[in-house]
Design a protein around this ligand. Structure first.
Ligand code: TPP
Ligand code: SF4
Length: 344
């Protein structure tokens, strides 16, 4: 009998469910990317699980022909953590939105990141609540007029990359729904990462926040407004590759390349720095002063949570024996409540 795995294709990851996103929604492109990338990992289909919270983006598991769990609002990281901790052999992917991950689920998100659980988090950032028809989200810009902020939002938005870096995430990246090649390459890198991979994906909600990212995705401006990070390469951008980023003192600065400056003056990007300070600086690059960085801001190796759990359990079993549930239950302070209600 052959033990070779069948070669899977994109089609193998497409479910028979009717996709219910609005026509033109950026979620379709993200779904296509995931369905393209997963077969490339060369793993059996039954190893994949997609866990989501609530939102348009969280409908993702229905459309993947893998195991999946459409859970409760904001709790995908908690459920994914439990799953990965008990079944480290599974490839656990989380699909979440900016509202799901950063409003109600903000607490769960920071804890999965600090623990470095081996799950891949795809956060679809459309800077709006889509499913509930257009309220502002924690990534909506100041002044945003929505159904819940009729006079304009007063809230400072979260920068998801800064938040992830601040929480100690070991893999932090950004891509864009319509940059298919870039998105797929980023997903492949996330898949290969041991520990939590956090990928922010700019996603157009054409119904409630249309064109939120055209300032850096439109063909005419993208070369000047998006900076694709490449490990080991200088930070250079622009249609003519005529602009760069340099470190001046403790700040980043855009420089014009030509007579006064050359590529040699630009910061050479290193995604593997243990100290997350530089990644944090890069995450702070926002328009209009800076191009928007896309690609991998941080990729460092640290022990994965599930490996540590397995090692700890193995160590304790070796020291104390396997034990039983009954032993555990009676191992601490126990008491009995008699029929008369007395505690002994
Ligand atoms: C406990 C709870 N509170 C509120 C809601 C309403 N609700 C559903 S989805 C959502 C936000 C979704 O926004 P986002 O995560 O950005 O996803 P999108 O729909 O934009 O993909 C909210 C507030 C809910 N379903 N459950
Ligand atoms: S409401 Fe927005 S995010 Fe939701 S399916 Fe429609 S276009 Fe997509």
């Amino acid at each position: 009998m052959s033990t070779e795995l069948p070669v899977l294709t994109k089609k193998d990851f497409q479910s028979d469910q009717e996709v219910r996103w609005c026509p033109g929604c950026g979620d379709y492109a993200i779904l296509k990317s995931v369905q393209t990338v997963l077969p490339e990992l060369g793993l059996p289909k039954e190893k994949f699980v997609v866990v989501s919270g609530i939102g348009c983006s969280s409908r993702f598991p229905y459309y993947m022909d893998t195991f999946g769990f459409h859970t409760i609002h904001g709790r995908a990281p908690a459920i994914a953590t439990g799953l990965k901790a008990s079944r480290p052999d599974l490839e656990v992917w989380v699909a979440t939105g900016d509202g799901d991950a950063m409003s109600i689920g903000g607490n769960h998100l920071i804890h999965v990141l600090r623990r470095n659980v081996g799950v891949k988090i795809l956060m679809f950032n459309n800077r709006i609540y889509g499913l509930t028809k257009g309220q502002y989200s924690p990534t909506s810009e100041i002044g945003k007029r929505t159904k819940s902020t009729p006079f304009g939002s007063l809230d400072n938005p979260f920068n998801p990359l800064s938040l992830a870096i601040g929480a100690g995430a070991t893999f932090v990246a950004r891509s864009v729904d319509i940059f298919q090649k870039h998105l797929q390459e980023t997903m492949l890198r996330a898949a290969a990462h041991k520990g939590t991979a956090f990928v922010e994906i700019y996603q157009n909600c054409n119904i409630f926040n249309d064109k939120a990212f055209t300032y850096m995705t439109d063909k005419g401006v993208r070369d000047d407004q998006a900076l694709a990070l490449e490990h080991g390469r200088p930070l250079v951008f622009g249609k003519e590759r005529n602009r760069g980023i340099r470190l001046k003192g403790t700040q980043l600065e855009v420089i014009e390349l030509g007579e006064r400056h050359t590529e040699d003056d630009c910061l050479v990007w290193d995604e593997t720095l243990d100290n997350s300070g530089m990644a944090f600086l890069l995450a702070q690059m926002t328009p209009p002063d800076f191009p928007t960085p896309i690609g991998i801001l941080r990729s460092v190796e640290q022990p994965a949570y599930e490996d540590q759990i397995v090692a700890q359990i193995d160590h304790e079993i070796e020291a104390k024996g396997p034990g039983t549930l009954e032993d555990l239950i009676y191992s601490g302070e126990t008491w009995e409540v008699g029929e008369d209600g007395q505690v002994t």
